[in-house]
Design a protein. Structure first.
Lengths: 524, 311
């Protein structure tokens, strides 16, 4: 009887799932996706140019060994399987057998070797493949990476736009890959779409690559990436249906306005690995902010909730540490510095910063790296007045001006947005490592923060292959950093993807548009 | 002329050099970070590690040889980059200039007939509004009105790339459709100048003896106004139009940004922000050329209007 019941249950379940399966819309083939991009890419070769602007077309033009699903799990892509052995020091990639480049030449293991070596030499994220000593190619479809030490960041570094497989017979012709003419035109890629036309300042047109190594994909015939710099114009384009898709929208008023439109979908999903965080960085070496008490008092005086509600209008998430809340390594249980003006005043009193006749203790400058962070800087002035710090908001003329000021350490406080880029080794360590205090280099350790214990933990976490142990190390790191407070982290940059109702399967993984859009389709 | 160009080139170079930061910083920005060696390598590659005067000298020499060089940012020949965008700017600037002249003169003539009437007041207000409103604001306002609520014009670009037709006229009207709003926006700044100037000049001429003679001859009001008065009152308007040509070119930068018009304006703006010196220099020379040609056209028009003028 019981057995019979179970059988019935199983049958019913099967029936339900089958009927559900029918009701799932089958992706439709064909159609053109009109997307907008906010900036002009320098060129389209992600092997020698990082950043989300090149990432969008770059991830369509070039395939990577692996890709990630929504849950941070690596999935086969150009490598149909992989084996990790020798305590993480040997990584064997088994490539898809029938993959070809856009010019019809087969993709071989030697191309993987060439790509990795090119990236290692020319890509700005040196930590991605630093431990890779050599790449062996026992046969055409097998690439074996030999590492000097275990390197858990390797998996993420082989995904998204970070390890574009580029053809050796094109980019290995002796010209400098960074300035290769085929980075902008006649691009020979390995991904689901091939380049039709790149008109700087106007558009990038991509077309379905018929011999793509995944059968039946991509679904779209064509992708048009219109370069529209003005946010208001982009918003109107989405509203009147001229644009189907826009990723990386981060203007809160635009997001809230577009949310009201019934023809559009607005989602914050898909940016966990990109991991953009807004923060207030301190100069920990010189000036008043060299004193950790001053930094803590400032953190207590700045209300994270005010920023989330009044400046970000409720579209951003809280970020308590330098690791993005969407990352598996995020540790929310750290000192959060919730608003407490009395405590902040007491810390400053105790540390001997007496208020003068005008109620002020001392003055500080605050800079900001992006126009969108101006309200944060102005809020800082108002907030710190309450604890007797007289803040001057310094406006930089443009990005290079600000970069010079901050990278040469001529600042007290600065608002900034910095990206995680997947693994903490790639985008997080750089902000706190003593060895990365490099004058003149923006997004190095410009805080000049140095703590040997923190350095040691990062070194350990960087080579720890056991996920649980690694998590514990990063948890400890985040707690220590929150205590030392070289940076006061406030919120995620509210990146949102906006797509019209006729778009199916927009990229919702951890890499947003820096991942292949071979499954995106146009409904109806 | 050459001396002026030399001074302009040197000044431009100096100003860009004084601005903090360089191309290596901008490239680091687009990369989401860079390391020391990369940045040093970039600076070496673009000669930024050399002493200031060596850089200046190389720069001037290259310009003298009409070598526009390579864009540091896009790594493309500057000449190609500019030529790709020059026609779009030319189209926008000339059509806006012609439109604003035409409308401005029309309004001016209309207002001059009844200088203290309601219509004159209306013309003044309308044209001053265009002059006073920031051009990017006018642009967005027009977009909201005519792209969103009454969707008759596209929001961005110069062409609809999904049109697959080889018919010239299909493309011609497509460009015209895209041109309409940017053109109006850019022209709106100058309606005020031309209409007020034309009105004042018309008023002066209308009181002149030869107009009274024409009226006494029994010519129709239309003939008096258009053949005699207008023709003689146009000189200051045209002269001013020639002078303000450079202002139209600079106004184009903002208009191009709002409408994503693929012209030189956006390129100039980008190259300043990204410290892309060779591109900026190239644009400078081209806009000088454009303004010079504009002034030449002004002179020719003036000569056509008044045969006494010699060029």
């Amino acid at each position: 009887m019981k057995k019979h019941f179970l059988k019935t249950l199983l049958l019913t379940a099967t029936l339900i799932f089958t009927s559900l399966g029918v009701s799932f819309a089958e992706p439709k083939k064909g159609g053109t996706l009109i997307a907008a991009v906010g900036n002009n890419p320098r060129h389209l070769n992600p092997a020698v140019q990082s950043g989300i602007v090149t990432g969008f077309p770059g991830a369509q033009l070039f395939a990577t060994p692996i890709r990630y699903d929504n849950n941070w799990e690596p999935q086969p892509y150009l490598a149909e399987s992989w084996e990790i052995s020798d305590g993480g020091k040997t990584v064997k990639l088994n490539l898809v057998k029938d993959a070809v480049f856009h010019d019809g030449v087969p993709i071989k293991s030697s191309d993987v070797k060439f790509s990795l070596e090119t990236i290692k030499k020319h890509h700005p994220f040196k930590t991605m493949f630093a431990p890779v000593v050599s790449v062996e190619t026992p046969d055409e479809h097998t690439a074996v990476l030999k590492l000097s030490s275990p390197h858990p960041a390797l998996m993420l570094a082989m995904s998204s736009q970070l390890m574009a497989i580029i053809p050796e017979h094109v980019y290995g012709d002796g010209q400098d890959p960074k300035t290769h003419p085929q980075n902008s035109e006649n691009v020979v890629g390995s991904g689901p779409f091939k380049l039709v036309e790149f008109k700087s300042g106007e558009h990038i047109i991509l077309e379905r690559f018929d011999d793509f190594f995944i059968d039946g994909r991509p679904y779209l015939d064509k992708m048009v990436l219109k370069i529209i710099r003005d946010p208001a114009t982009r918003t109107i384009g989405l509203e009147n249906g001229e644009i189907d898709f826009y990723a990386f929208e981060n203007v809160p008023t635009n997001i809230n306005r577009l949310k009201k439109n019934a023809n559009l979908n607005v989602t914050p999903d898909g940016y966990a690995a990109i991991g953009p965080i807004d923060w207030l960085a301190f100069n920990t070496k010189s000036g008043k902010t060299a004193d950790v008490n001053v930094r803590r008092a400032i953190a207590y005086a700045i209300d994270r909730n005010f920023i989330l509600k009044a400046i970000m209008l409720g579209v951003a998430d809280e970020a308590r540490t330098g690791i993005h809340p969407g990352s598996p390594y995020y540790e929310p249980n750290v000192e959060a510095y919730d608003i407490d003006i009395d405590k902040a005043n007491k810390i400053l009193d105790d540390a001997g910063y007496k208020k003068g006749g005008d109620g002020m203790r001392f003055g500080l400058n605050v800079d900001f790296g992006w126009p969108g962070l101006r309200p944060n800087a102005e809020y800082t002035k108002a907030a710190l007045k309450k604890i007797g710090i007289d803040v001057t908001v310094r406006q930089s003329a443009d990005f290079p001006t600000w970069a010079q000021t901050v990278s040469n350490h001529n600042f007290d406080l600065t608002w900034d947005t910095v990206f995680n880029w997947g693994d903490p080794v790639i985008g997080v360590h750089r902000t706190y490592q003593t060895s990365n205090i490099k004058k003149g280099v923006i997004w190095s350790n410009t805080q000049q923060y140095s703590n040997p214990k923190v350095d040691a933990i990062m070194e350990k976490a960087g080579v720890e292959n056991d996920m649980a142990k690694r998590k514990a190390l990063y948890s400890e790191l985040q707690k220590m950093l929150a205590n030392d407070l070289p940076v006061y982290w406030t919120n995620t940059l509210p990146y949102h993807t906006i797509y019209s109702n006729k778009v199916g399967n927009p990229p919702m993984g951890i890499w947003a548009t820096s991942s292949p859009m071979d499954m995106t389709y146009i409904k109806e | 002329m050459l001396l002026v160009l030399l001074v302009v080139v040197v000044l431009n170079f100096l100003m860009l050099h004084l601005a903090p930061g360089d191309i290596a910083d901008t490239i680091a920005q687009t990369m989401g970070g860079a390391d020391e060696q990369d940045m040093a390598e970039l600076r070496k590659q673009y000669g930024l590690d050399q002493p200031f005067f060596v850089q200046l000298f190389n720069y001037v020499v290259r310009v003298a040889l009409l070598d526009f060089g390579h864009s540091h940012f896009y790594n493309l020949p500057v000449f190609d980059l500019i030529m790709e965008r020059f026609p779009a700017t030319l189209l926008l600037v000339f059509s806006a200039q012609i439109l604003s002249l035409f409308v401005g003169i029309l309004l001016g003539v209309y207002a001059a007939q009844n200088p203290n009437g309601l219509s004159s007041l209306f013309v003044n207000m309308f044209s001053l509004f265009g002059y006073a409103a920031p051009v990017f604001w006018t642009g967005i306002l027009l977009l909201i009105a005519f792209s969103l609520h009454i969707p008759i014009f596209p929001v961005s670009g110069m062409r609809d790339i999904t049109i697959e037709s080889s018919n010239f006229f299909v493309h011609f009207f497509d460009v015209l459709r895209h041109l309409f709003l940017p053109m109006i926006t850019l022209a709106s700044i100058f309606f005020a100048y031309y209409s007020r100037l034309c009105r004042a000049s018309m008023l002066e001429v209308l009181g002149a003896d030869f107009v009274r003679t024409a009226k006494a001859k029994g010519l129709s009001k239309k003939d008096v106004l258009l053949k005699h008065a207008l023709k003689n009152s146009l000189s200051p308007v045209i002269t001013f139009a020639g002078l303000s040509f450079s202002a139209v070119v600079s106004g184009a930068i903002l208009v191009e940004t709002v409408y994503s018009w693929p012209g030189l304006g956006t390129l100039a703006f980008n190259s300043i922000i990204s410290r892309d010196t060779p591109v900026l220099l190239g644009i400078l020379i081209f806009s000088t050329l454009m303004v010079t040609v504009g002034n030449l056209l002004t002179d020719l028009t003036l000569k056509a209007l008044d045969p006494r003028i010699k060029i």
